[in-house]
Design a protein around this ligand. Structure first.
Ligand code: PLP
Ligand SMILES: N[C@@H](CCOP(=O)(O)O)C(=O)O
Length: 536
């Protein structure tokens, strides 16, 4: 039996009951009644105006203070509150950047990675349905979910569920409460090295498996969980990886009890990244090729075997990754920064950021999108070369070894998405040499960060654009940090021991070897302190 809180909008139609304004009616009456579809108290909001009345059984245990029943876990609680009727929102696959005449589309429950013409796909949301709620509604709804443990909205990704995978049952979601990552004010770095006072680092790598890939993987693995329950032919999930996608895939699959298979280029990823899928029980293939070779193989294999493809060629991943952009706006109280700088490899993430910002603009949460910068390692720079050609010519390259090993990619699958994102955000592409990216990383670390080399690539772009005056001292700028520095400690060890051929390692800070006696220790300390001036 439906509870009183229940399932019909009529129970939400009184403003006094609902915390959130209701959508605009077609006739423009402000906050009129939502469309006559059925929606649960919690399918569009974590806010339950009548939590204690949702159980129809008078013998049920009394609710806890939190609104949860005594014998319930958070998933049970979500199940009790879930909608038993159709959700108002929906999404489907369409060919990426299809013209207005295209009618090609696929349900998200289909296993499809490419359009009929062989192009990329995109997840298209029913924007008209989302637009029935105004920008203020969405801002307030998303803000209300931050910092909670309500399943699944406590996750930074699932707090935007209606914009991500609106139709998935919370019961099918596999989440580690990812997202909600720190937006770090780089006060000292900005001031000391760039003369900036509004510089921020979005620490997407301080996360469950240590990279932004968690944001996309929770979505992909949740959908796989659903497909398996629907008895679709998915025996396992596979990816090619430079180390972060494989870590995220194996962790989320392990949490859900789903087999994962990862293709890694032998000797081209860090030890920390290699041990992650091994520890999480993935089937790990170390293949004597580079990432592009692994990517080619996984595409062939997934078209032959019932292994679901987890790379960002699969547009589902980007639906999760785009929430980092929404989160940045949220953390600035819905003010739009001037610049967002993202390191690029397979090039899904730059498009994901664009999509997140664009949806916020389209749905009235903000009035513009920031300018995007994509930064590549000079040793693996096909996008940069394409940009320099005036976007005229894209040619895959052979990616050379780089300390930014996770972006050692010469034939990015999302090239079309990246070009689209950059063209539509008045974007810029930069590149960083090995010395530039390692120096930038070392300087940032010396101000209290501990970033990965890929973030060094993004910082190098910022340094260049500041020096050329393109980015002004007062511009609010966000650098996206994509992985945890601890995954790449060997690169820092090499740098600080000045062991890198042809690199000055100007900011190295090697440890001082000293004998274990008081005099020797005093000597080195006096010498060290002699170079310092008191701070007053
Ligand atoms: C740490 C890190 N930074 C940046 C990237 C680049 O992201 P994308 O491939 O979406 O361009 C990747 C993966 O490619 C990565 O693992
Ligand atoms: N850096 C990535 C490369 C693959 O990117 P994806 O986003 O297409 O999975 C990795 O860590 O594997």
């Amino acid at each position: 039996m439906a509870s009183s809180c229940s399932l019909f909008h009529s129970s939400l139609s009184s403003k006094s009951k609902s915390k959130f304004p209701l959508p605009r009616h077609q006739n423009n009456t402000k906050f009129n009644r939502p469309p006559p579809t059925v929606i649960s108290c919690t399918s569009s909001s974590t806010y339950d105006p009548c939590p204690s009345t949702t159980s129809s059984n008078s013998n049920s245990p009394s609710p806890l203070k939190s609104g949860r029943l005594a014998d319930e876990n958070i998933r049970d609680e979500a199940r009790r509150h879930r909608s038993i009727a159709n959700n108002t929102f929906s999404a489907k696959y369409v060919p990426f950047n299809a013209g207005p005449d295209s009618t090609e589309s696929y349900s998200l429950d289909e296993i499809v990675y490419r359009s009929l013409s062989g192009g990329l796909l995109d997840v298209q949301h029913d924007i008209e349905a989302l637009k029935k709620f105004d920008g203020a509604y969405w801002r307030e709804l998303f803000d209300s979910r931050v910092g909670k443990t309500t399943w699944p909205y406590g996750s930074g990704v699932w707090s935007k569920k209606e914009w991500v995978l609106p139709e998935i049952d919370p019961d099918d979601i596999v989440s580690a409460f990812e997202g909600n990552s720190n937006l770090f004010w780089a006060e000292r770095y900005g001031k000391q090295f760039l003369g900036m006072n509004d510089l921020w680092v979005k620490h997407c790598g301080i996360s469950h498996t240590g990279s932004f890939k968690d944001l996309g993987m929770t979505v992909l693995v949740s959908q796989v969980n659903r497909l398996r329950k629907l008895k679709r032919p998915v025996v396992g999930v596979g990816c090619a990886s430079t180390g972060d996608t494989s870590a995220a895939l194996s962790a989320y699959c392990a949490a859900a009890g789903i087999p994962s298979i990862v293709f890694l280029p032998a000797n081209k990823i860090s030890i920390a990244q290699l041990i992650q899928p091994i520890a999480n029980g993935a089937f790990v293939l170390s293949i004597d090729t580079d990432f592009d070779g692994c990517m080619k193989l996984i595409r062939e294999v997934t078209s032959e075997l019932p292994i679901y493809l987890a790379n960002s060629l699969n547009s589902l991943r980007l639906e999760g990754q785009k929430t980092a952009a929404i989160e940045i706006l949220q953390q600035f109280d819905w003010e739009v920064p001037d610049w967002v700088i993202v390191p690029g490899g397979n090039l899904g993430n730059i498009y994901a950021f664009y999509k997140g910002f664009k949806m916020c603009q389209e749905l009235g949460l903000v009035d513009r999108v920031p300018r995007l910068v994509c930064s590549q390692a000079a040793n693996a720079n096909p996008l940069y070369l394409c940009y320099k050609s005036g976007w005229i010519q894209f040619k895959a390259v052979k990616a050379n070894t780089t300390f930014a090993s996770a972006i050692q990619i010469g034939d990015p699958v999302s090239i079309d998405r990246a070009v689209y994102a950059l063209k539509n955000s008045n974007g810029i592409v930069e590149e960083a040499t090995e010395e530039e990216l390692m120096d930038a990383m070392a300087q940032a670390d010396s101000t209290g960060m501990f970033i990965c080399p890929h973030t060094g690539v993004a910082l190098s772009a910022l340094i260049k654009l500041r020096n050329s005056g393109v980015i002004a001292a007062g511009d609010r700028t966000v650098v996206v940090s994509t992985a945890h520095g601890l995954k790449f400690s060997q690169s820092k060890v090499d740098y600080h021991s000045k062991k890198i051929p042809d690199m000055a390692c100007r900011f190295a800070n090697p440890p001082v070897q000293v004998k274990a006696d008081f005099g020797s220790v005093m000597d080195v300390l006096k010498k060290y302190l002699g170079n310092k001036t008191p701070n007053h």
